[in-house]
Design a protein around this ligand. Structure first.
Ligand code: PHE
Length: 348
């Protein structure tokens, strides 16, 4: 009877089954132990003490079997399932994220330019006509102002009777836009320095600015309507084109230095805000890849912010951050950088 009870309790897979087994063996009215107890009356008087002892022993072994079956169910699951947990197996590591490749590139560029003495500054992504065009010597008739080449902002219609969205107007009474170049920050910084000049601040100005710019280009392997530029500006006495060339060469060599000996090439070009102007190329796969533009700050720009071009000169450059990162990592399609596919991003 004790071993019957033991196996019935072990077989119980839930509390209902265990309760049914308990009633079968330990039930107060018709339990199997009870019926044995009832039979005690017929046992010979001489045998009674031994039979009584035997009954008590069976009863306590059935009770302790029930107790351990209850514990087993309370602790959840069968003994086998609990043995399957092996505390010596190493845990699964957490998946750690990391910085986006473009953010990594930006941090690295800031660090290199910092060593060359350039302080990183930021400017707004929504710009006015003055900072994006006018102060940069880009006249009203210039194609760079074309609405097809810029994201001009508008304010939503206010409701009934106010049918079409109106252009968003800046503090200068002219349309606001998402900046199409980080050269805007050159103007902002020079204006701030000049305003502070009353309190004694003079050139040099030695800054870089890294941030997003926007142009309504159709996305393809080399274009995206939003990308990043690194803008540099140095204003001082006796700054020359030679300074510009050495800074850009040192920057490129520091950036790619671990990978290879990089060559920088300058081609004459035109920008309204620099004179003379150059286009900057670096060698890549047996040819040249354009990474940006640069030049000596145009006297008209110096005058627009309040510097005297007879007193100070300077250089400026603006380069594509994505281009530089794509060459570094061998990325073939700029869209991969912005598709947010973890399989791609986790490689960097
Ligand atoms: N702003 C120019 C561009 O976006 C690049 C540039 C910056 C050129 C500074 C000269 C000087 O194409």
């Amino acid at each position: 009877l004790a071993s019957d009870a033991q196996s019935a309790f072990d077989a119980a897979s839930d509390t209902d089954a265990l309760e049914a087994a308990r009633v079968e063996f330990l039930g107060a009215k018709a339990g199997r132990l009870k019926s044995v107890q009832k039979g005690m009356g017929k046992v010979d008087k001489a045998d009674k003490p031994a039979a009584g002892q035997k009954l008590n022993a069976v009863k306590s072994s059935v009770e302790s079997a029930l107790e351990s079956a209850m514990k087993r169910l309370a602790s959840g699951g069968s003994g086998a399932a609990r043995e399957a947990f092996d505390p010596t197996v190493p845990g699964r590591p957490f998946r750690l994220g990391h910085l986006h490749p473009i953010t990594q590139t930006i941090e690295r560029m800031k660090e290199i330019m910092g060593r060359l003495g350039f302080t990183a500054v930021e400017g707004p992504e929504i710009e006015d006509d003055w900072h994006n065009f006018e102060a940069l010597n880009i006249p009203l008739s210039h194609p760079a102002r074309d609405p097809l080449d810029n994201f001009y902002l508008s304010v939503a219609a206010k409701g009934e009777g106010d049918s079409s969205p109106a252009p968003a107007i800046g503090p200068d009474g002219k349309p606001l836009l998402l900046r199409s170049q980080t050269s805007t920050v050159q103007i902002r910084v020079m204006e701030q320095r000049i305003a502070a000049a009353a309190e004694g601040a003079q050139p040099p100005v030695r800054i870089v600015s890294l941030g997003r710019v926007y142009r309504p280009d159709t996305a393809d392997a080399t274009h995206y309507p939003m990308f990043h530029q690194i803008e540099g500006l140095l204003i001082d006495k006796h700054v020359t084109m030679a300074d510009l060339k050495s800074v850009l060469r040192m920057f490129c060599q520091a950036y790619y230095g671990e990978q290879e000996d990089v060559h920088v090439r300058f081609r004459t070009s035109f920008f309204p805000f620099t004179e003379p102007s150059v286009e900057v190329d670096i060698n890549w796969q047996g040819g040249w890849m354009e990474i940006g533009g640069a030049g000596m700050v145009d006297p008209n720009v110096l005058r627009a912010v309040g510097y005297d071009p007879e007193e100070v000169s300077g250089f400026a450059f603006g380069m594509g951050v994505e281009r530089i990162a794509m060459r570094q990592h061998g990325i073939k399609d700029i869209r991969d950088l912005y598709a947010n596919d973890v399989r791609f991003l986790s490689q960097f």
